[in-house]
Design a protein around this ligand. Sequence first.
Ligand code: HEC
Length: 192
Amino acid sequence: MPFRTALAGGVGVVLCLLGTWNSGVAAAGSASVPIETVVDYIYAVLASDRTFYTVHVVERMQQRGVIESSERWRSDPTLPLPAQFVQESSSLAALTGVKVHYRLISLNPINKLSGPATEFEKKGLEAIMAEPDRPYKGFVTEGGERRFQALYADRAVSPVCVTCHNAHPQSPKRDYTLNGVLGAVSISIPVP
Ligand code: HEC
């Protein structure tokens, strides 16, 4: 009898604990995340992927003289540029239907199409150049749709960023330095 009572009591405690754990999971699942934090999450993943690609693929291959990166990567035996890595990834993301848009922009772009496209982007890029550690965020309207947009400083995380941008014939600026800011990563998501 004492053994049975102890067993029943033990099972009761375990069930009780499981109940608490379950309700904890349910509560966490229903918590809403602020939209500013959602874009921070997206930025963290995409910036880390591109940094890894630049440092451990582009820089590594270039330093060993194996293969360079260039705009003509589809036709020439070269790797895609880090900027094209972002463009291609963004086009693939668009195919998933989640309507997250991201691209690289700059006040001194190599590609004229990558200059600021709106007043928000112009002000944001100016703010980021002045204070790179503070992302520029706000609500915008794009194609009649209300969206939340955030700009994050895009730094020269590898010497290849600096040498290529300083040497490129279409680059309007040629005095970039390692870890300096080349522009911004722009992310925008629809507001529910
Ligand atoms: C081998 C050359 C090369 C390397 C390496 C390179 N870029 Fe670029 N980058 C370019 C070119 C060319 C473009 C324009 C591509 C296009 O849109 O056609 C560009 C575009 C950009 C843009 C968009 C604005 C613009 O200038 O058109 C940003 C921002 C940028 N790069 C940042 C970086 C950063 C940060 C790194 C390193 C992590 C980097 N780039 C590495 C050549 C390079």
